[in-house]
Design a protein around this ligand. Structure first.
Ligand SMILES: O=C(CO)[C@H](O)[C@H](O)COP(=O)(O)O
Ligand SMILES: [Co+2]
Length: 212
């Protein structure tokens, strides 16, 4: 947990779904450390992606940190199942009735806890939970779809969070490319999710460019 080492988290959402195993083996070989897994319920967000059966079937082919981003309303019912194959479980503050209880539930399975904030959600929402959270996911687009444009106002939000909390992982998700990566790293983010940027070209060059 520091803001010096940058962790790259390719988002499976942008991979070729017809060859997921090859895709994750490739990004692992190229130095990615996390695999970002976007679970969408068609309710909290308008899209439906993939769920536990797909992710658990990939677990045996990868040593990547499985970083699960639950875009799911009232996600508590999923936590036990997801804890079997996930390393970090991130829930949206906007999707829970009792965020502190959900945080405790994730911790009870010995998993790292992430809390995601939509672009319009204030940092104040998690002010009193920050000591119990391993990672804050600052959404740099509105959740639900890959390939969207980075929202520039989020740079200040990252700076504000880094000022409040030195010792926490700050993950950014949405519209990350070589240019926006520079902005968010300077602001204090240390975990970069990238989907369409990495999976739409030369994976090696794309991953290296995010690290520069
Ligand atoms: O959570 C997400 C969407 O809600 C995805 O992780 C995110 O959009 C990544 O895709 P891209 O890098 O193409 O913007
Ligand atoms: Co995501």
């Amino acid at each position: 947990m520091n803001n010096e080492k940058i962790i790259i988290a390719p988002s499976l959402l942008a991979a070729d779904f017809s060859k997921l195993r090859e895709e994750i083996e490739e990004v692992e070989k190229l130095g990615a450390e996390y695999l970002h897994l976007d679970v969408m319920d068609g309710n909290f967000v308008p899209n439906i992606s993939f769920g536990a059966p797909v992710i658990s079937s990939l677990r045996k082919y990868s040593n990547l940190v499985f970083d699960v981003h639950l875009m799911v309303n009232e996600p508590d019912y999923l936590i036990k199942d997801f804890a079997e194959f996930s390393d970090i479980i991130t829930v949206h503050a906007e999707a829970t009735k009792h965020l502190n209880r959900t945080i405790q539930l994730i911790k009870s399975f010995g998993k790292k806890v992430g809390v995601a904030l939509n672009p319009s959600t204030s940092l104040n929402t998690i002010k009193y939970d920050l000591d119990n959270i391993d990672m804050v996911l600052i959404m740099t687009v509105n959740p639900g779809f890959g390939g969207q444009k980075f929202i520039p106002e989020m740079v200040q939000k990252i700076k504000d969070l880094r000022k409040i909390k030195e010792n926490i992982d700050i993950e950014v998700d949405g519209g990350i490319n070589d240019e926006t990566a520079k902005l968010v790293k300077e602001a204090g983010a240390n975990v970069l999710v990238a989907g369409s940027y990495i999976f739409s070209g030369n994976y090696k060059e794309k991953i290296e460019s995010l690290n520069k």
